[in-house]
Ligand binder design. Structure first.
Ligand SMILES: [Zn+2]
Length: 347
């Protein structure tokens, strides 16, 4: 039965992202597993942990959607952590269930919802970090943790923003306002226990960029993959920002190492891509195969001495273009990035 439910969740996610493209500006909340939710429609996918300690967001969406994201997250936090006990139609010996608890439910006030405590940026891209300033300002980090420094000498408190140190360096170099910059950065991995589970921030070198973080919710068994994975385009990476096609493929293989498939059903570990619908292991394997096949075709063309223009004219992605060639990241942009990435590899 659980497998059926998981399969339905995956299908529903596909449907909701389809609705999304029809109605830009709408946000959609999808329960994934345990405390973990997907918030779609704000640019990059946002993965949420909502529970007794507050809210953690993986990515912040675009700046334009930040107010809507804050409203949606606060509503979800209220629904999950501060819902009043459901009132029963009657109380007393004639009612089924625990009548005493039912009576209390009609008179007890709900606790206030817990705040946004943490934001994790999976990369420095604007569709992942644009909402940082507004969302952080709407939250707070309770003292004693890594965000403690923010309380010293300042009246305003805000959520802590985690990112790999290369994300902080890139955003600083781009003169992004201080309020939107990561407040805590790390050179490799980072771990934190939050809302009853271990959350592992994993750095993979040189995939989408040189500052990628993948977030593994270890008890809920959900992975937020960032832009290493997309179901709506070829993988985006920027050689000038430290990305590489071989790093993307290594990242996809790492995802498969972390994920556990559920026997004969869709389900098991759920993987949230940077863009598109929720995936299971089979989705990631199919995508990994596609990227690997194209990488090998381009490598073969380079070995045979073809120029970039000749490689583009050879249409090496033709069998996948109907699905993955999109205006925001065209087949030519992807093939050029693969070509430059492989040409840069020292033999
Ligand atoms: Zn993205």
């Amino acid at each position: 039965m659980r497998g059926v439910v998981a399969a339905l969740i995956v299908c529903v996610s596909a449907a909701s992202t389809a609705t999304l493209s029809a109605q830009p500006g709408d946000l959609h909340v999808l329960p994934l597993r345990g405390n973990v939710y997907l918030l779609a429609g704000a640019g990059a996918n946002i993965t949420l942990s909502v529970g007794k300690e507050g809210v953690l967001l993986v990515d912040a969406g675009t700046a334009a959607m930040a107010d809507k994201v804050v409203a949606a997250v606060n509503q979800l936090a209220k629904d999950v952590t501060a819902a009043a006990v459901a009132a029963r139609p009657c109380a007393g010996i004639g009612c089924s269930g625990n009548a005493f608890a039912s009576f209390l439910g009609t008179v007890a006030s709900p606790a206030p919802p817990k705040p946004i405590q943490y934001i994790v940026n999976t990369s420095a891209d604007a569709d992942h970090t644009g909402g940082n300033a507004k969302i952080a300002a709407a939250g707070t980090t309770f003292g004693g943790g890594p965000g403690l420094g923010q309380f010293v000498g300042v009246v305003r408190v805000s959520a802590t923003i985690y990112a790999h140190e290369n994300v902080l360096e890139r955003m600083s170099a781009a003169k992004i306002p201080t309020a939107a910059l990561p407040t805590e950065s790390y050179p490799d991995d980072f771990k934190q226990f939050f809302n009853g589970e271990g959350i592992h921030l994993i750095h993979w070198k040189g995939a989408h960029s040189d500052g990628d973080t993948v977030v593994h919710f270890r008890a809920s068994d959900v992975i937020s993959a960032g832009d290493v994975l997309s179901t709506v385009s070829y993988p985006m990476f920027d050689v000038a920002k430290g990305g590489s096609i071989n790093g993307i493929i290594a990242g996809l293989n790492n995802l498969l190492d972390l994920a556990i498939a559920e026997y004969q059903t869709e389900g098991g570990t759920l993987i949230v891509p940077g863009h598109g619908r929720v995936c299971d292991s089979a989705d990631v394997a199919t995508y990994r195969d596609m990227v690997t096949i194209i990488r090998d075709r381009v490598q073969d063309a380079i070995t045979r001495g073809l120029t970039l223009d000749q490689v583009k004219a050879a249409r090496l992605t033709k069998d996948y273009d109907t699905r993955y060639d999109v205006p925001s990241w065209t087949k030519d942009q992807f093939v050029e990035a693969v070509y430059r990435s492989l040409s840069a590899v020292k033999k």
